[in-house]
Design a binder for this molecule. Structure first.
Ligand code: NAD
Ligand code: IPM
Ligand code: MN
Length: 367
C-alpha cells in the first residue's frame, strides 16, 4: 500500500481536542491496514503565534505545501484579540488557503435522521436534508486590494475592503459545482447580489456562460444571496448544490450548519486544481471555529472533524470505501443515542469528545 503524508494542524481552542479524535481514528485505520498514513503535526493560529510570533511558520507552510493532504482543526480565541492584524490566528488559515491555491471549498450540510429533532427548524423541513455549498475560497473581499484603514484629515477613519473577481475564478468554481452536481441531484443554484454589486453581475454572467457551454444537462437557477439565506431556512430541501462567493459562502454555510443540528457537525474540503497527474493540494477542516466558550472542557463535538477526515479519504486518496465506513460509524453512534452537549436531546446519552471519538472508532471496527 502506498504511504501518504498527512500534516495535522490542530490549532487553538477545541481544535486540538477534536483533532485528537481524528488522530485516534487514523491510528486505528493504520493498525487495521486500511490505510498507510505517515502523520506529522504542526502549529497554526494562536499556537503558532505563541511559539514564533507568526500565525504559521515558514517551515510548517512548506510542510503543508509538500503534504499529500492537510487536516486543520480551528484557530482563534480571545487570548489573541490584541495581536497585530497581520499575525492574528485567522491569518494562518487564510495564508494556507491562498498559498496552496485552495479555491474550491466544499461544505456539505447533511441532516442525520437521528438529529432531525435537534435542528432549530421543524423536523419535516430538515429530515433527509443533503445540500452541498460550494464556496469560492481564494478570491472576493477576503483577499481583494486595497484592504486598509486610513486616517482622514477630519480626524475620522476610512476602512476599505475590496471585492474582486476575475472571469477565470468564477469559471473554475462554477465547473466544480456543475461537476459535483452531476454526481448528486444534478441541480445548481448560483447566489450573488447582482442587484448591487458589479462582481455579482460578472458572477451571474460567467456561471450562465459556463453552464451554456459545458453543462446544459445540469439544472441551473440563480438567486440573490439575501433571498438565498431566507430560502435556506424557509425550505432548505429545495437546494442540491449552491455555488457562491467567498463571503456569502462563509455566512450561508454557518446557516446551513444549524439546519443539521449544530456547527459541530459540518465538515469541509478545500481543494486546489488538479496537476498533470490528477493530484491536487487539499486541506480538510470543520466549518466551526475554536469555540472558546467550551474549549478545555473535553465536551466539543468531534463529528465535524471526523467527517472532514472522511472527506479527505474520499477526495484526496480515492479511499471511498474507508470513508463510507467512517461515515457509517458516525451514523451508528448517533442512532445509538450518543450525543455531545451541542446536539443533546431528551432521553439520549451525553458523552464527552473522547467518548464520542472512541465510540466512532469502535463502530468502525464493527463494520
Ligand atoms: P465558533 O464556531 O468557534 O463557535 C460558535 C458556537 O458554536 C459556540 O457556541 C461554540 O461553542 C459552538 N461550537 C462550535 N463548534 C462546536 C463543536 N465542535 N462542538 C460543540 N459546539 C461547537 O465561532 P465563533 O465563536 O464565532 O468564533 C470563535 C473563534 O474561532 C474566532 O476567533 C473565530 O475567528 C474563529 N473561527 C475559526 C474558524 C476556523 O479556524 N476554521 C472558523 C470559524 C471561526
Ligand atoms: C471559516 C471561518 C474563516 C473564514 C475564518 C476563521 C478566517 O469563518 O472557515 O468559515 O471566514 O473563512
Ligand atoms: Mn465561517
Amino acid at each position: 500500500m502506498t504511504t501518504h503524508k498527512l500534516l495535522l494542524l490542530p490549532g487553538d481552542g477545541i481544535g486540538p481536542e477534536v483533532m485528537g479524535e481524528v488522530r485516534r481514528a487514523i491510528d486505528w485505520m493504520n493498525a487495521q491496514g486500511l490505510t498507510s498514513f505517515e502523520v506529522e503535526e504542526g502549529l497554526v493560529g494562536g499556537a503558532a503565534y505563541d511559539a514564533h510570533g507568526q500565525s504559521i511558520s515558514e517551515d510548517d507552510m512548506a510542510r503543508a505545501m509538500a503534504a499529500d493532504a492537510v487536516l486543520f482543526g480551528a484557530v482563534g480565541g480571545p487570548k489573541w484579540d490584541d495581536v497585530p492584524y497581520d499575525v492574528r490566528p485567522e491569518a494562518g488559515l487564510l495564508r494556507l488557503r491562498k498559498d496552496m491555491e485552495l479555491f474550491a471549498n466544499l461544505r456539505p450540510a447533511i441532516c442525520f435522521g437521528a438529529l432531525a429533532e435537534a435542528s432549530s427548524l421543524k423536523k419535516e423541513l430538515v429530515d433527509g436534508l443533503d445540500i452541498l455549498i460550494v464556496r469560492e475560497l481564494t478570491g472576493g473581499v477576503y483577499f481583494g486590494e486595497p484592504k486598509e484603514i486610513t486616517d482622514l484629515p477630519n480626524g475620522q477613519k476610512r476602512a476599505v475592503d475590496t471585492q474582486v473577481y476575475e472571469t477565470y475564478e468564477i469559471e473554475r468554481i462554477a465547473a466544480v459545482a456543475f461537476d459535483l452536481a452531476r454526481t448528486r441531484d444534478n441541480r445548481v443554484c448560483s447566489m450573488e447580489k447582482r442587484n448591487v454589486m458589479k462582481s455579482g453581475v460578472l458572477w451571474n454572467e460567467v456561471v450562465t456562460e459556463v453552464h451554456k457551454r459545458d453543462y446544459q444537462d445540469v439544472e441551473l437557477s440563480h438567486m440573490l444571496a439575501d433571498a438565498g439565506g431566507m430560502q435556506l431556512v424557509r425550505a432548505p430541501k429545495q437546494f442540491d448544490v449552491i455555488v457562491t462567493d467567498n463571503l456569502f459562502g462563509d455566512m450561508l454555510s454557518d446557516v446551513a450548519a444549524m439546519l443539521t443540528g449544530s456547527l459541530g457537525m459540518l465538515p469541509s474540503a478545500s481543494l486546489g486544481a488538479p496537476d498533470g497527474n490528477g493530484k491536487r493540494r487539499s486541506l480538510y477542516e470543520p466549518v466551526h471555529g475554536s469555540a472558546p466558550d467550551i474549549a478545555g472542557q473535553g465536551i466539543a463535538n468531534p463529528i465535524a472533524m471526523l467527517s472532514s477526515l472522511a472527506m479527505c479519504l474520499r477526495y484526496s486518496f480515492t479511499m471511498g470505501d474507508v470513508a463510507d465506513r467512517l461515515e457509517r460509524a458516525i451514523t451508528t453512534v448517533l442512532d445509538q443515542g450518543l450525543r455531545t452537549g451541542d446536539i443533546m436531546q431528551d432521553g439520549m446519552t451525553k458523552v464527552s469528545t473522547e467518548q464520542m471519538g472512541d465510540a466512532v472508532v469502535k463502530a468502525m471496527g464493527e463494520g
